[in-house]
Write a protein that binds this ligand. Structure first.
Ligand code: NAP
Length: 248
């Protein structure tokens, strides 16, 4: 057995611990987006595979028997490639996907279909926006330069930001309700913008927004291929166990 674990999330790190504890032969794959990726208790590889064809080659060359896609729910390119390569090479794949967040009665949430729809959902009058969408799609907000944006990034930006009014906070989750309430207060935030990432590590901003009665504008998740989905690491371990029992 050789498991390829596609990572970059809290759940992937938890999965890596469980695979290592069970003594299973697995490789952890990072995209290489952050400067100092967290250490993992598994052998690591870092960087893209080179599209579907590159991943197919990797699966064959490294005799991968199982693929666990534990990438972020918004890492749709990797998930689509992984599904295509797994189908093409006949490797079983499971997606480890945290449940999406759902609004409660005290929440003031507006949802939009995609991240690209977020800028247009902001009012025209200048606002103070906590833009909690990571760094890759910040450029979308260049079309709304009247707002002030608070960005929370894992690494300091290595190039000038495409937005005229920004404050950058460098921090890595998980975040707390107390910390995020203070952050939103100190920066006099009026709107929280985010992706429906789900999970506990980034949830605090939503609870803080609820406590401060701030509106949240949230992008829905992309639709991903494949219906073999686990919501926690136990389900993935069961899936691996079932396969092992069948001698796959
Ligand atoms: P993406 O747009 O879906 O992927 C773009 C390309 O990056 C993929 O085609 C692949 O390159 C490479 N890639 C992505 N994840 C990889 C992995 N685990 N191992 C090896 N190559 C990988 O991905 P993304 O949204 O940029 O996310 C990149 C990483 O950050 C992922 O590991 C994801 O879990 C993590 N992350 C993403 C978000 C988010 O909001 N998107 C948030 C938190 C963490 P090739 O085509 O060359 O194989």
């Amino acid at each position: 057995m050789h498991i390829l674990l596609l990572g970059g999330t809290t759940e992937a790190s938890e999965m890596a611990r469980r695979l290592a504890q069970a003594g299973l032969n697995a490789t952890f794959s990072y995209a290489g987006r952050t400067r100092s990726p967290l250490p993992q208790p598994l052998p690591r590889r870092i960087g893209g595979f080179g599209g579907v064809a590159g991943l197919e080659r990797y699966l064959k060359d490294h005799s991968v028997t199982h693929v666990i896609d534990a990438t972020h729910p918004f890492a749709a390119g990797m998930s689509r490639n992984a599904h295509a390569a797994a189908v093409a090479t006949g490797r079983p794949l499971i997606r480890l996907e945290r449940p999406a967040w759902a609004a409660g009665p005290a929440d003031d949430w507006q949802t939009v279909p995609t991240v690209e729809d977020l800028p247009g959902a902001l009012p025209d009058a200048p606002c103070r926006v906590f833009l909690a969408i990571g760094k890759q799609q910040i450029g979308l907000f260049a079309a709304r330069p009247q707002h002030h944006y608070l960005l929370r990034l894992v690494d300091p930006p290595d190039a000038p930001l495409p937005l005229p009014h920004t404050t950058v906070v460098v921090a890595r989750g998980p975040f707390t309700l107390t910390g995020d309430t203070t952050l939103l207060r100190e920066h006099r935030i009026t709107h929280v913008l985010c992706k429906n990432a789900g999970g506990a590590g980034a949830r605090a901003k939503l609870d803080a927004a609820r406590g401060l009665k701030l509106p949240v504008i949230m992008a829905d998740r992309p639709v991903l291929p494949g219906d073999n989905v686990a919501h926690d690491v136990d389900q993935v371990m069961d899936w691996l166990g079932q396969d092992t029992d069948r001698g796959v």
